[in-house]
Design a protein. Structure first.
Length: 654
């Protein structure tokens, strides 16, 4: 490790700091004392956070860790998640508060208050009961970003059914695998949704997934009419409006055990079949509510919050549905793509709804950088006060661009590290406390114990790099992989004895702050030095003509691995980005920023990068290109034609 630590400490000399705005610091929901409070008594701290919720029966024990790594939180407690997200706000007199400002891609809108949400969720719950769905049954949800999506999730939670949301962009095969793994009894879908100005079909994909009796557990398919496109109707199908609209809008929620399964969400590992990550009711809701309140400084009376993720990913589950609703927040949901009908659509939405808190992903931010500064400049973004980032390491340049061009230089940017498995944000600045560094997730939140360790599980000193681990159980942690306890233990708890292995590389800087360096599978070994893809990418993105970069290690006879970079130029960079001169300029720039060891052997200028459907760069495929292999599995790619575009560029590559 010593050699790599030395290398890492030479990399990324980022010295910029952004202190919290004074006004925000003064009125912040959470102050620095929260860290001390949680350090002094971690379980007591989480018990106080659980008191944000309304419990029908109080717990006896905060944490049962007698059978690690199988945790039980708030043992003996009982609650209803939907009641906590909806009814209790209505009972508190907040029925007229807007829960969701929904904006369809074609421009149609719906405003849903908490009182309406209560009625809609109750009707949907009654409908599921009529279909025979009972406590513990699984319901697969395959919907676009329309109000019926959170309504269906809450209806399941209300009756104790476990939902499994499958992202609307997944194929019939992917849907079938997930339905069968969860043994779903009902599928809720729509005729389609609007994307890029066109209706995109969903029901046909469900029909394909279910054909020839390949999903024997499925009894009924509920179909929401969204696009009005023609669909094939099967005997097991029922229209949402025929079924749900005639139900009573009264339903009395029943309390369930704190450890009752709330949902399964599949995450595709690098190999093998997708893992069904299981989250349970009490601990999950506690941590998403607390983190949404703390990390975004949410003031539910005045804030308008928008998370641009798809609800089909964990970010949408935790920070569009459960966290914001548990806190009684007013949120925006947008159905479509950011460039429909124009590239300023998101900024127009922020202007229209006077959004105050905005949460998005680095991939989106880098796309906006590529489109040009002049686009957000045309809109009034002065309502914003806190910005968040999630999904990948945010390159310092992207962070600074986001702060400046979206946040007007006045909004703190919180870079939030977490995973489907962690359920909720784990490492992040606090907007009223932390003097944030661009590109750093900084410190574990109060109540979270994280560390960076070497391959012997020893904490690395400040300035060192290694593996990110979590040292103590946390309330929103996954409870297992659905139906596969052994795989749960093997995947997360076997690399280091007694520690949760996140699969991410990280470093701790001289101040002890944490920087994420990407998945450990992506770290490159060049002439005996560990070099992180993230740091070389950040160096490339810090060049004024570069919008996005992806870096991989390619086998090299001399150095073991050599660095190969794929670069998308900024829209404003003009013609000169095609030539050899530009490539030489970029190589020199990396050498100057990070040192000669990090200089890419090869740089390819490309129009697009391969991304997963949740926006993460698929470096594995770029490695195949760099090493001239045929491509591996491309099923989780957003757009497989991207790989053809990249291949077409190869002959001109340096
Ligand atoms: C929430 C989510 C998890 C993986 C995670 C890491 C990467 C997420 C990050 C980040 C650096 C951040 N990741 N947030 N890396 N900085 N702020 O994205 O969940 O889809 O399960 O992905 O995403 O590599 O391990 P999920």
């Amino acid at each position: 490790m010593s050699q790599s630590q030395e290398t890492l400490s030479n990399l990324l000399q980022e010295t910029r700091r952004f202190a919290p705005p004074a006004e925000l610091a003064e009125t912040a929901n959470v102050t620095a004392e929260a860290y001390e409070e949680a350090n002094a008594d971690r379980l007591g701290f989480w018990a106080r956070q659980a008191d944000r919720l309304t419990w029908s029966k109080r717990w006896d024990t905060v944490l049962d860790w007698s059978n690690p790594p199988f945790a039980k939180w708030f043992v003996g407690g009982e609650l209803n998640v939907a009641y906590n997200c909806v009814d209790r706000h209505v009972e508190a007199g907040l029925g007229d508060r807007v829960a969701y400002h929904w904006e369809g891609e074609p421009g149609d809108t719906r405003t849903i208050t908490y009182a309406e949400l209560q009625r809609e969720v109750s009707k949907a719950a009654n409908a599921l009961l009529e279909l025979g769905v009972r406590k513990g049954d699984r319901v697969a949800i395959y919907l676009p970003m329309i109000p019926e999506l959170p309504i269906s999730m809450l209806a399941c939670a209300r009756i104790g059914a476990t939902h499994s949301v499958v992202f609307g962009g997944f194929s019939a095969d992917a849907l079938r695998t997930r339905i069968n793994d969860a043994q779903a009894k009902v599928v809720i879908t729509a005729d389609g949704g609007f994307r890029r100005g066109k209706p995109s079909a969903l029901k046909a994909i469900v029909d394909e997934a279910l054909k020839d009796d390949s999903t024997p557990s499925v009894e009924r398919v509920v179909v929401v009419r969204r696009t009005g496109e023609q669909i094939a109707e099967n005997p097991r199908d029922v229209w949402w409006h025929d079924l749900v609209d005639r139900q009573s809008d009264q339903h009395t929620p029943e309390a369930f055990d704190a450890e009752h399964p709330l949902y399964i969400l599949y995450t595709s590992g690098t190999t093998g079949k997708p893992k069904g990550i299981l989250h349970t009711a009490g601990g999950y809701l506690t941590q998403v509510a607390y983190t949404h309140y703390a990390v975004f400084d949410l003031k539910p009376e005045t804030d308008v919050y928008w998370c641009s993720a798809d609800i089909g990913w964990v970010t949408g589950h935790s920070y569009i549905v459960y966290g914001p609703l548990a806190n009684g927040a007013t949120s925006v949901i947008y159905e479509g793509t950011p460039d429909t009908p124009h590239k300023g659509r998101w900024w127009e939405i922020i202007q229209k709804y006077k959004v105050t808190i905005f949460y998005t992903a680095p991939t989106a931010i880098r796309t906006f950088m590529k489109w040009g500064d002049d686009i957000p400049a045309q809109f009034d973004l002065s309502s914003l006060r806190v910005l968040g980032s999630v999904g990948e390491p945010i390159n310092p340049e992207a962070y600074v661009w986001y702060r400046q061009h979206i946040g007007g230089g006045r909004c703190p940017v919180v870079d939030t590290w977490w995973q489907t498995e962690t359920g909720a944000i784990m490492i992040s600045p606090l907007p009223g406390v932390t003097a944030a560094k661009p590109g750093a997730a900084m410190r574990p939140l109060p109540g979270v114990v994280a560390d960076v360790v070497d391959d012997q599980a020893q904490s690395v000193p400040n300035g060192g790099g290694g593996f990110l681990v979590l040292k103590e159980p946390w309330p929103a942690m996954l409870r297992t992989i659905w139906g596969d306890d052994e795989r749960y233990v093997k995947t997360y708890w076997s690399r280091f004895d007694g520690l949760y292995f996140a699969g991410d590389g990280a470093k701790r800087d001289e101040d002890g702050d944490i920087w994420l360096l990407g998945r450990v599978d992506d770290v490159m070994l060049v002439s005996g030095h560990n070099i992180s893809t993230t740091e070389v990418e950040s160096a490339l993105v810090s060049h004024p003509k570069v919008a996005e970069a992806a870096v991989v290690g390619s086998t090299d006879p001399v150095t073991g691995q050599a660095i190969v970079a794929f670069v998308i130029p900024r829209g404003s960079a003009g013609e000169e980005v095609e030539g050899e001169g530009f490539v030489a300029e970029l190589r020199d720039h990396v050498a100057k920023t990070l040192g000669p060891i990090a200089k890419p052997r090869q740089i390819m200028i490309v129009p697009e990068l391969p991304k997963t459907r949740s926006g993460k760069i698929m470096r594995r495929l770029l490695r195949d290109v760099a090493e001239n292999r045929s491509l591996g599995d491309v099923t989780t790619l957003t757009d497989s034609s991207v790989m053809d575009l990249i291949r077409a560029k190869l002959p001109s590559a340096k």
